[in-house]
Design a protein around this ligand. Structure first.
Ligand code: PEP
Length: 271
């Protein structure tokens, strides 16, 4: 994300209690397939803490679809709530699927698409991810499009080639900061406790920024590029301080409000 204050209005960003103030970084939690209704206590704890000490960034929680509605009801304008995936169609004979419109109806502001676990376990292609991103926009949701190379691809020196292909084919034309964020998540860093060095993150984010700017001109300068992959309370400050890191997509460390709050507090003020 361009530093130095390019103003933009993002769906679901800013104070969620109607003040519509943009804050800067986006710290998003992806609960994956974790959380029964008792996990809503973590949402309550987050909301309580952010009420007492407002965050200097935008905060998003993406619980399982079963909890979106209840999480949104308990968010009290302090956090945004999102889905983890959506179907391209608004409704129809697609057993087991959830549409972007349904997420929106349940109170979501955002949806993640193209997470590496969807690409890996559900065979999602870049083209399908792009249709899901368009579905999110159609429903009025902001979308986080995930991209990232595998370890084998990085070892072969192909990481830029891979993310370039994903960026070109998974992010539809018309992407703008008002409704889109990119999450760079090296697959080998997800859930492993391993992260790239800050120099490697800086290099990749600078590369992605240049690709976004080539494709979307000035608009591409404002699209936030989140980093994801084993962000935790100990490494968040360093990672969030890297140039062109516009926030984080956090898996495991977003499940406990205390850990997630430490990450939220690590976001540099005035970004
Ligand atoms: C993720 O699920 O997108 C993720 C980055 O997970 P973790 O933080 O657990 O590596």
């Amino acid at each position: 994300m361009a530093r130095g204050g390019e103003r933009r209005r993002m769906i679901g960003r800013g104070d969620h209690d109607g003040k519509d103030k943009e804050k800067g970084m986006l710290i998003a939690g992806n609960w994956k397939m974790n959380g029964l209704s008792s996990a809503l206590e973590e949402v309550d704890a987050l909301v309580r803490a952010l009420k007492a000490h407002p965050a200097g960034c935008d905060v998003l929680v993406c619980p399982p679809a079963t909890l979106v509605s209840q999480a949104a009801a308990r968010a009290r304008g302090k956090i945004a709530v999102g889905g983890q995936d959506c179907h391209p169609q608004p409704s129809g004979a697609f057993t087991g699927e959830v549409s972007a419109e349904m997420l929106r109806d349940a109170g979501a502001n955002w949806v993640i698409v193209g997470h590496s676990e969807r690409r890996q376990y559900h065979g999602e292609t870049d083209a399908l991810v792009a249709t899901k991103a368009k579905a999110a926009w159609r429903a009025g949701l902001g979308v986080i499009v995930c991209i990232g190379e595998t370890e084998a691809e990085r070892n072969a020196g192909r990481e830029e080639e891979v993310v370039d292909r994903q960026l070109a084919a998974s992010v539809p034309d018309g992407a703008a900061a008002a409704r889109t964020a990119i999450a760079y998540e090296p697959v080998w860093a997800i859930g492993t406790g391993r992260t790239p060095t800050t120099a490697e993150i800086a290099r990749m984010h600078a590369h992605l920024r240049s690709e976004l700017t080539k494709r979307f001109a000035a608009g591409g300068r404002a699209i936030p590029i989140l980093y994801g992959g084993s962000v935790n309370p100990r490494n968040a400050k360093e990672i969030l301080g890297v140039a062109e890191v516009g926030g984080a997509l956090v898996g495991g460390a977003s499940l406990k409000a205390a850990d997630f709050l430490t990450i939220i507090e690590s976001a540099p003020a005035g970004h």
